[in-house]
Design a protein. Structure first.
Length: 327
């Protein structure tokens, strides 16, 4: 029986169980982190199951927005056999756990007036969780021979989220949309599926690499050599998406990245509320100096708020522990 063990989620958690700490309420720290933050601590390592990743995530309203339209998810997906009845001795256990197939990281940055953006990002994260859970058979039989089929199936997750948004507003033009960046960690590999301008980075050996592409008009103009990098950084087109989940089209174009992880790698998923306020070099040094994933998450959000906090800020970090097992 597949089981999605949600280790942390957004405030929109009525759909799945989660462990969540109380939001910070210390007004004296407003410049470091706003009152509407949700802080999720790093996951404890289970004694019976090696966990190769130190995981943490948080979402913050920022300093200038009235509503947080970001949502995120950090979850473990694994096999579990729940015993209803048996006459076979099983060491006084009523559950047997298999090896962890992997960890699921999701960041969504909603767009739309009033509550539409918040609803869009929440529905997209919900759809991703349900879709990945229903893919359990793939995780159990994944091999080098069928990895392409697995990636194709995983990319369909974004189409599932797309359909969920269209179902939300069945009549008229869809006025809400969301970015969606999903990473599935199946040690020692990572599969990333992406649409929009949220980002996935990997820090390795002191070098920060952006794995995803910003699906903005400015980035497209830059790639076509119509504008320079300096012009793209200042252009109003950097805020206009040509590809996202929802929006005015029923077609989403998932970007898929496959990446081989190494011990010591640090993975970052974030919304543009971070990257719009904090440059890559400061992100790199902050990740590198954080002892735990939770330290890096809190510090990055603090830096974005200290720089003005113009947008909602969502950060998810996964550290590949030195003690994890090679396969």
């Amino acid at each position: 029986m597949p089981h999605l063990n949600v280790s942390c989620a957004t405030a929109a958690n009525e759909w799945l169980p989660c462990r969540q700490t109380n939001p910070l309420r210390d007004k004296s720290r407003k410049q470091e982190m706003s009152n509407d933050s949700t802080i999720i601590p790093s996951l404890p390592e289970k004694a019976d199951t090696p966990v190769p990743f130190d995981l943490a995530g948080a979402s913050d309203i920022g300093l200038q927005r009235k509503q947080n339209q970001d949502h995120f998810l950090v979850a473990e997906l694994r096999r579990v056999l729940s015993i209803i009845a048996t006459d076979v001795p099983l060491a006084n256990c009523n559950k047997l756990y298999g090896a962890d197939p992997g960890q699921l990281l999701v960041v969504a940055d909603g767009m739309g007036g009033h509550d539409d953006g918040e609803i869009a990002s929440k529905r997209a994260v919900q759809a991703c969780a349900r879709y990945v859970l229903n893919m359990m058979e793939w995780f159990l039989k994944l091999s080098a021979q069928n990895v392409d089929d697995f990636v194709d199936e995983l990319s369909e997750c974004l189409n599932s989220a797309q359909q969920a948004l269209w179902d939300e507003q069945a009549t008229g033009e869809l006025k809400m949309g969301t970015t969606l960046t999903l990473a599935y960690l199946l040690w020692p590999r990572m599969y990333v599926v992406h649409a929009g301008d949220s980002r996935c980075y990997v820090l390795r050996g002191g070098e920060l690499t952006q794995l995803t592409t910003d699906h903005t008009v400015a980035q497209k103009l830059l790639e076509e050599h119509e504008i320079t990098a300096e012009e793209a950084a200042r252009s109003h087109w950097r805020h206009i998406l040509w590809n996202c989940v929802g929006g005015n089209t029923k077609v989403v174009q998932p970007e898929v990245v496959r990446f081989d992880l190494q011990v010591g790698d640090q993975i970052l998923l974030c919304s543009d509320g971070l990257t719009g306020m904090v440059d890559d070099e400061l992100i790199r040094s902050t990740l590198e100096s954080g002892k735990f994933a939770s330290n890096a998450v809190e510090r990055l959000i603090s830096l974005a708020n200290a720089a003005g906090g113009k947008d909602n800020i969502t950060v998810v970090v996964a550290n590949c522990r030195v003690g994890c097992l090679d396969t």
